[in-house]
Write a new protein. Structure first.
Length: 522
C-alpha cells in the first residue's frame, strides 16, 4: 500500500512540474512574417474607364482594399487632369476609402486621378505605387498612350522606380524648374520601362526624375533626364530612344565665404562652391586664377569689386588687409614617379618667373644634369614644370637656390629648397592600347576613382596610354557632338539631354612590363 501511495505522490509532482514549466514559457503569439505586399484594390466605383460619369459637385470615388489602409500626404501626392481647384477630400470606413470632389467637373472630359504613393497599408506602410484611376464625363474615354524607357547615361542600365513627368509642350523649362506640376505621371518598372495611359491627343514634353522627396518636382541632387523632342500623341507612341538619366549635384547658393588681400595686392577668396563653366567672374580686367573652391585675383590697390555674376559681389574696400604669408614650396615629386621627362613643383603663391641658372639637378652619382627647360605652367600659375631626360630606374635631387623662383609681387623664397625622387623602371610599368572608333574624350580611371589620364579622340585613331603602374583601371568615354571640346551634361533650362557617354563594363588589369590591348568598337 505504501508503494502505491509513493507512486501516486510522484505522479502528481511530475504533472505539476510540467504545468509550471508550460506556464513559465511566456512568448508573443505568432502573427506571421512581415507584410511586404502593397494593398490590393478589390472594388472601385466608378469603374475604371467608365463613361458619362456625373459632373455634379460632391461626386465620389469609392475604393475598397483587401486590408486596412491609410491615406498620407494626399494634397502633395494627388495629381488630377484636368485640374480640380479644390482637390479631393477623403474619408474611411473599414477597408473602404471614399474620395469626394467639391468642384463641378467639366463635361465631355477624361479625368485622370494619379494618387502617387499616397495609399499605404496600416501595418507596415507599404504603398500602392502608381495608383491611377480614370473615367470620362462624356461618351468617349481618352485612350492614347506613351511608352518608353529610362537608362543611366553612362552604363545604359535601366533606371527603375523613377518618375516620368509629362507636360504640355508650351510650358517653359523655367516654369518646370520653379515647380510647375506635370499633367501626367508614370513610374518605371524593374526594366526601366514606363507606360502613360488615358492621354488626350496633343503635343507634350517629357522628363524623368528620381524624385527622392516625392513632390513631382526635380530637386537638385536628384537624377534627371529630358527628352529633347516634343512628343506628338495621336495614337500609341513608343519613344524611339530612351531617356538618359544623369546624376546631378546639389545646387547651393554661391557666395564668397572669406577673403583677404596682402600688401602686394594678391586677393585670396574662399568660395562656397567650385566655379563652373556656366559661372562668370568679373574683376574688371585683372588677372585671376581659380582652383576648386579657391579664387585668386592679381589686383592693384585701386581695383574695383569682384563679382561672381548672378550670385555675389565683394566690395574691394571691404576685403581684409593681411600680412603676406611666407612664400614656400608646397609639393614636389617624391618617392617613385612615373614620368621620365617632366617633374612638377607647386608653390604657395602664384609665380611670376623662374631663373634657370638657380636650379641645380644632381643624379644619384652626384653628377650635375642639364635640363631642357624650366617654366611656369601656363594653366596653373602656382606650378613650375621642369623638362629633362630623367633616366628610368635612377634617383635625382633638385636644389633651388634663393631667387630661383619669384612669386607674385616679386617675393622670393629665402632658403635653399631641395627635392628628391626616383623614376620607375620601364619593366615596372605597363602600356594600354585602346582601339576605339568614337569622337570626344577617353578617360582612364584608377580603382580609387581618380582620373589618371584623359585623351582627346580624333579621326578614330585610337589611344595609347603609356607607362601605367600596375593595377585595375576603367575606361570612360564622353562624346562631343557639338565639337566645342567639352562634354555637355543634362540641362533642364536649355532642355538638353547629356551628350553621348559610356563607361566600359569590363575593367582593365595592367601588369608590369606588359602591353595590353583593348577593343571598344560598338
Amino acid at each position: 500500500m505504501k508503494l502505491f501511495e509513493d507512486i501516486f505522490v510522484l505522479t502528481q509532482a511530475f504533472f505539476v512540474s510540467i504545468m509550471m514549466i508550460s506556464c513559465a514559457q511566456v512568448g508573443t503569439p505568432s502573427g506571421g512574417g512581415m507584410d511586404k505586399e502593397a494593398p490590393i484594390v478589390l472594388e472601385i466605383s466608378p469603374q475604371p474607364g467608365a463613361t458619362n460619369v456625373i459632373v455634379d459637385q460632391g461626386g465620389v470615388i469609392s475604393v475598397t482594399f483587401d486590408e486596412y489602409v491609410n491615406v498620407k500626404s494626399l494634397n502633395s501626392q494627388l495629381l488630377v487632369s484636368p485640374i480640380l481647384p479644390q482637390g479631393l477630400q477623403w474619408s474611411m470606413k473599414g477597408k473602404t476609402v471614399t474620395f469626394v470632389w467639391n468642384d463641378e467637373l467639366q463635361s465631355d472630359k477624361t479625368y485622370v486621378f494619379q494618387f502617387g504613393d499616397a495609399v499605404v497599408d496600416i501595418r507596415e506602410g507599404n504603398s500602392l505605387d502608381n495608383f491611377v484611376h480614370a473615367f470620362s464625363t462624356g461618351d468617349h474615354l481618352d485612350s492614347l498612350s506613351i511608352s518608353g524607357s529610362v537608362v543611366d547615361v553612362f552604363t545604359s542600365q535601366p533606371k527603375s522606380g523613377v518618375r516620368v513627368l509629362m507636360y504640355d509642350s508650351m510650358i517653359s523649362p523655367d516654369s518646370i524648374l520653379k515647380g510647375a506640376k506635370p499633367q501626367f505621371v508614370g513610374t518605371t518598372n524593374e526594366s526601366g520601362e514606363f507606360l502613360l495611359n488615358y492621354l488626350p491627343s496633343g503635343r507634350y514634353k517629357i522628363m524623368a526624375i528620381e524624385d527622392n522627396d516625392r513632390n513631382y518636382v526635380w530637386t537638385s541632387g536628384e537624377g534627371l533626364a529630358v527628352f529633347e523632342e516634343v512628343v506628338v500623341v495621336e495614337g500609341h507612341v513608343t519613344l524611339a530612344t530612351p531617356l538618359r538619366m544623369q546624376a546631378t549635384s546639389e545646387l547651393a547658393v554661391k557666395y564668397f565665404v572669406n577673403s583677404s588681400r596682402d600688401s602686394l595686392g594678391l586677393v585670396t577668396l574662399f568660395l562656397s562652391a567650385p566655379i563652373e563653366l556656366s559661372d562668370t567672374i568679373e574683376v574688371s580686367g585683372n588677372e585671376f586664377f581659380h582652383n576648386n573652391e579657391n579664387l585668386w585675383v592679381f589686383s592693384a590697390e585701386s581695383s574695383p569689386d569682384v563679382v561672381w555674376c548672378g550670385n555675389d559681389t565683394l566690395k574691394f574696400q571691404e576685403i581684409k588687409l593681411i600680412q603676406m604669408e611666407t612664400f614656400k614650396e608646397v609639393k614636389g615629386p617624391e618617392g617613385k614617379v612615373v614620368s621620365s621627362n617632366i617633374a612638377e613643383f607647386t608653390f604657395s603663391r602664384p609665380l611670376e618667373s623662374v631663373v634657370d641658372s638657380l636650379f641645380k639637378l644632381l643624379t644619384e652619382d652626384s653628377l650635375e644634369m642639364l635640363l631642357d627647360s624650366i617654366y611656369v605652367d601656363a594653366l596653373d600659375p602656382f606650378k613650375v614644370i621642369m623638362e629633362g631626360n630623367f633616366t628610368r630606374g635612377s634617383s635625382f635631387e633638385l636644389t633651388v637656390i634663393p631667387g630661383g623662383v619669384v612669386g607674385y609681387g616679386g617675393v622670393q623664397i629665402s632658403d635653399t629648397t631641395s627635392f628628391k625622387w626616383s623614376v620607375f623602371e620601364k619593366k615596372s610599368l605597363g602600356d594600354l592600347s585602346v582601339k576605339i572608333e568614337k569622337e570626344g574624350w577617353l578617360e582612364l580611371i584608377a580603382s580609387n576613382g581618380e582620373v589618371v589620364k584623359k585623351q582627346r579622340l580624333q579621326n578614330k585613331e585610337g589611344v595609347e596610354f603609356k607607362n601605367l603602374t600596375q593595377g585595375t583601371y576603367q575606361l570612360k568615354w564622353t562624346g562631343d557632338s557639338d565639337g566645342d571640346g567639352l562634354w555637355r551634361s543634362v540641362d533642364l533650362l536649355k532642355w538638353e539631354s547629356p551628350e553621348p557617354a559610356e563607361i566600359m563594363t569590363e575593367k582593365v588589369k595592367i601588369k608590369s612590363d606588359w602591353s595590353h590591348e583593348v577593343e571598344w568598337l560598338h
